[in-house]
Design a protein around this ligand. Structure first.
Ligand code: GSH
Length: 199
């Protein structure tokens, strides 16, 4: 989660979602953030862009820029990262080769769109932004064994391109065993990915 906050991460097996998770998640998707303020009622936040912005707002040193126009632009690209996450989920659950290829093509197109919008070395210039943080959720699915679904290079900011942010932030967020767990998930999925993985 970063930004110095205290949290506990609970992993959800998306191939076999627990009832408790389903009862909390209106969309049945991860991530979810369960928040309790001052021992009060518990609140569930969903949608990664909303969760990221909430955490940014309650922590010192906001990652979203102060200027309204630049801020709106960054929000738009955080939203873009969120919908890219949903596309990755569709790729992972593609039932056959043609659906898989269509989803992979969609992802390649998305990555070529974000690169020109970045001014680098981070997305918005000289400092880490919420957009860079949002894209780390995507890079978690981009392990040495999964590659980038046929992309030629890592997208987003140049800092992301050299691997610095995705490695540091995603390892903290997802746990060191994430690549191994992802590997099992892919191998045991019912879709086309499992076929690719067994080759
Ligand atoms: N727009 C959502 C997308 C979330 C999403 O697609 N999450 C995937 C994991 S990366 C998921 O939970 N997939 C399971 C499913 O769709 O059943 C967000 O940004 O939170």
């Amino acid at each position: 989660m970063g930004k110095g906050s205290t949290y506990q991460r609970i992993d959800i097996n998306l191939a076999n979602k627990p009832d408790r998770f389903l009862s909390m998640s209106p969309t049945g998707k991860t991530p979810l953030l369960r928040v309790r303020v001052d021992q009060g009622a518990e609140h569930i936040l969903f949608e990664s862009a909303v969760i990221a912005e909430y955490l940014d707002e309650i922590a010192p040193s906001p990652l979203l820029p102060a200027d309204p126009l630049v801020r709106a632009r960054h929000r738009a690209w955080v939203e873009f990262a969120s919908s890219t996450l949903a596309d990755i989920a569709k790729l992972y659950t593609a039932p056959d080769q043609s659906v898989y290829q269509a989803k992979a093509e969609m992802l390649r197109r998305r990555f070529t769109q974000v690169e020109p919008a970045s001014t680098g070395p981070w997305f918005g210039g000289e400092r880490l932004s919420l957009v860079d943080a949002a894209f780390t959720a995507i890079f978690r699915y981009w392990t040495p064994s999964s590659g980038c679904w046929g992309c030629n290079s890592r997208p987003t900011s140049r800092r992301s391109a050299d691997g610095t942010l995705p490695t540091a932030v995603s390892t903290e967020r997802s746990g060191r065993d994430h690549p191994a767990r992802l590997d099992v998930f892919m191998r045991t999925s019912n879709g086309h990915l499992a076929v690719l993985w067994s080759q």
